[in-house]
Design a binder for this molecule. Structure first.
Ligand SMILES: Cc1cc2nc3c(=O)[nH]c(=O)nc-3n(C[C@H](O)[C@H](O)[C@H](O)COP(=O)(O)OP(=O)(O)OC[C@H]3O[C@@H](n4cnc5c(N)ncnc54)[C@H](O)[C@@H]3O)c2cc1C
Length: 612
């Protein structure tokens, strides 16, 4: 009998925890509780794992690192396969150890779980949760695998992986359960947690001619995005993705499969609308409101390079004034970026305006820069097209439009595509990242000079992007009201923009040897990466001068943000903490900088217990 089996046989389960004070305990906390790792005596026996495997229909895996095969034999076919596909986000998402980004400097590095339940339904999820709770295991949850903060992977953990749960169903008249008596039916879409946004866009827009508010990146998972709050290109018109949630099925830490909506488990329902993924339970199904599809979606792109620092400042001034007068409304979202090369890059999107309206709107701004010797403009374009085929990968291909890239693997669904603009992020290794919501009050005439000065100062350090669709000020009242009724930092509805400052390098998955780009063992590359991070921090600091205590978007934020509770959730944090205690009193669900994570060591393995 092995040592851990022996311990079990003699009733060691009453020990419950291995005491190992592995980190400095906060004041008032006296004892630590540690979760077992595979080498520990209290790790479940092979027989226990076999039982779990039977309970989940055989769908228990032992994931291997993405590049494990390359470490054993670089010439193997398996190694060639992963190398060929590593810039394909669909391929990465299909791997149990896949993470969309390949890590973050000095923060985290991808690590496979010890075991993964490839869940097919809520019962599988409940079996995994019960097993993790009974064995005191570190649990992680993964859907689309797009966490920048690395919160869907952890070594020595049990993973609940929802990828195979991806059914999408449309409703003409949906009424949330229990609400039946007093609620009017609405058109809606139900998706299982592992579905990606492209699956919903195909069903809702391409096939049914309606609109659902989801994320911009088509390969993000639905449940992960909704629990982030979640923004798409047209969120200025419809609010966050969480704002459209009507109902969810959630398996909580006690293994119960619950329905959460405005009428039942309403506190849990509110918490999963922006309270952060992997913290309150495993969401197995979501139902979202659908909207009438705007007839047109539009696009504005191009680059404007100023010929001097003074001219660049003037350009920022002109753009902000133009934005305030013409674009600060429910139509306009997406991005403008400003960099140390004195260049403004436009990549903006709109909904509800036709081609002529878009062209006319931008003409004065474009003319003013084209007519000036202070600026060199290139590739300026503005226009709009019918929205029905916006996410139609097949139609884009037929028209020779290359803005979407298909999943290139043989047999892949033809409807699966991702924006070519997202390609750079696939597999990227992050050097630094920060985001901050800027209040709309900065757009007031008398405040614009402060805003312009801060933008110019930030741009001296690092290129920053203004994501106008990720600040909800300017949206219609219904979108604002629905977004207010979520757990996201209330600052989101007062903000006209989320500024994102981020940079990184080529893929650096463990085991992927790339000469000159592998940051882990090349001091020169490491130094450059740290320098990059410093510039990001300096740029963010310039903007914080005009928005002290600015909120930050939980899923697109700084891993090292020391005041994350306030930044992500603001005044909502204490309520979220209370809800966490109700549904997960023992802290089974842990993610870095998630609600309640302050009770745990940074790796989520050691919990401080009060008193004893
Ligand atoms: C390339 C890229 C583009 C992005 N674009 C956008 C964008 O356009 N708009 C935007 O708002 N955000 C965007 N994000 C951020 C993204 O929305 C969030 O990181 C989101 O949480 C990812 O969800 P996921 O399921 O794909 O990722 P995962 O890494 O699988 O999950 C993210 C978090 O949610 C948890 N989680 C996942 N599924 C469940 C579930 N079923 N139940 C409980 N917890 C769960 C995980 O534990 C993890 O903590 C982008 C990220 C990347 C990497």
């Amino acid at each position: 009998m092995r040592r851990r089996d022996l311990l079990k046989a003699i009733g060691a389960s009453v020990l419950q925890f291995v005491f190992r004070p592995a980190f400095a305990l906060p004041f008032g906390l006296k004892r630590a509780v540690t979760r077992p790792r595979p080498s520990d005596p209290l790790w479940p026996s092979a027989a226990s794992w076999a039982k779990l495997k039977a309970a989940v229909g055989g769908n228990l895996l032992q994931p291997r690192a993405l590049f494990a095969d390359c470490q054993t034999d670089t010439n193997s076919q398996a190694c060639a396969e992963v190398r060929k596909n590593i810039r394909n986000p669909f391929y990465i998402g299909d791997q149990p150890a896949g993470t969309e980004v390949s890590g973050w400097l000095d923060a985290w590095s991808p690590a496979p779980s010890a075991y993964a339940v490839a869940a097919r339904n809520a019962a599988d999820v409940a079996a995994a949760i019960n097993f993790a709770r009974e064995n005191n295991l570190r649990l992680v949850v993964k859907g689309g695998g797009h966490s920048y903060l690395g919160t869907s992977n952890a070594p020595d953990s049990l993973l609940v992986w929802t990828r195979a749960m991806n059914k999408v169903t449309l409703h003409d008249a949906f009424v949330a359960q229990v609400c039946k008596a007093n609620t009017a039916p609405v058109p809606a879409v139900t998706a299982e947690a592992g579905a990606m946004w492209i699956d919903l866009y195909h069903a809702v827009t391409t096939e049914a001619g309606r609109y659902v508010q989801g994320g911009g990146c088509t390969t993000v998972g639905v449940a992960g995005l909704i629990q982030s709050g979640g923004f798409g290109s047209f969120s200025k018109g419809f609010g966050t993705a969480a704002a459209g949630l009507l109902e969810a099925e959630v398996v909580t830490a006690d293994g119960r499969i619950r329905i959460a909506n405005a009428c039942t488990n309403a506190d849990l329902f509110w918490a999963i609308k922006g309270g952060g993924g992997g913290s309150f339970g495993v969401v197995t199904k979501v139902t979202l409101r659908t909207h009438e599809l705007p007839e047109f979606f539009g696009y504005v792109g191009g680059r404007i390079k100023a010929q001097s620092d003074d001219a660049f400042k003037q350009l920022i001034e002109r753009f902000i004034s133009f934005y305030r007068e013409n674009l600060f409304n429910s139509h306009w979202g997406e991005q403008a970026s400003f960099g140390p090369d004195n260049t403004l890059r436009l990549s903006m999107g709109c909904q509800g305006l036709d081609n002529q309206q878009v062209v006319n709107l931008w003409k004065p701004f474009f003319d003013s820069v084209k007519d000036s010797k202070d600026f060199v403009a290139s590739d300026l374009e503005a226009g709009a097209g019918r929205s029905r085929h916006y996410w139609d990968v097949v139609d884009r291909k037929r028209r020779g439009n290359d803005s979407m890239i298909s999943d290139s693997r043989p047999g892949a669904p033809a409807i699966h595509g991702y924006w070519s603009g997202d390609q750079g992020q696939v597999g990227a290794f992050l050097h630094g990242y920060d985001s901050l919501w800027l209040p709309a009050s900065l757009l007031e005439k008398d405040q614009q000079p402060r805003l312009v000065d801060a933008m110019f100062a930030a741009s001296r350090h690092k290129k920053f992007e203004m994501h106008f669709n990720k600040g909800i000020a300017g949206a219609p009242p219904a979108a604002i009201a629905a977004t207010k009724d979520t757990a996201t930092n209330p600052a989101v509805v007062d903000a006209f923009v989320l500024v994102i400052i981020a940079d990184g390098g080529f893929p650096a998955y463990p085991g992927l040897a790339r000469s000159g780009t592998e940051t882990s063992n090349n001091p020169a590359i490491l130094a450059a990466a740290r320098n990059n991070k410093t510039k990001i921090d300096l740029a963010a600091a310039e903007l914080r001068k005009i928005a002290p205590n600015a909120g930050s978007y939980v899923s697109e934020s700084n891993y090292f943000n020391a005041s994350w509770q306030q930044a992500y959730w603001g005044t909502n944090y204490s309520k979220l903490r209370a809800i966490k205690k109700t549904y997960d009193p023992e802290g089974l669900f842990f993610v870095h900088h998630g609600v309640g994570s302050e009770d745990w060591s940074p790796d989520g393995f050691t919990r401080a217990v009060k008193g004893s």
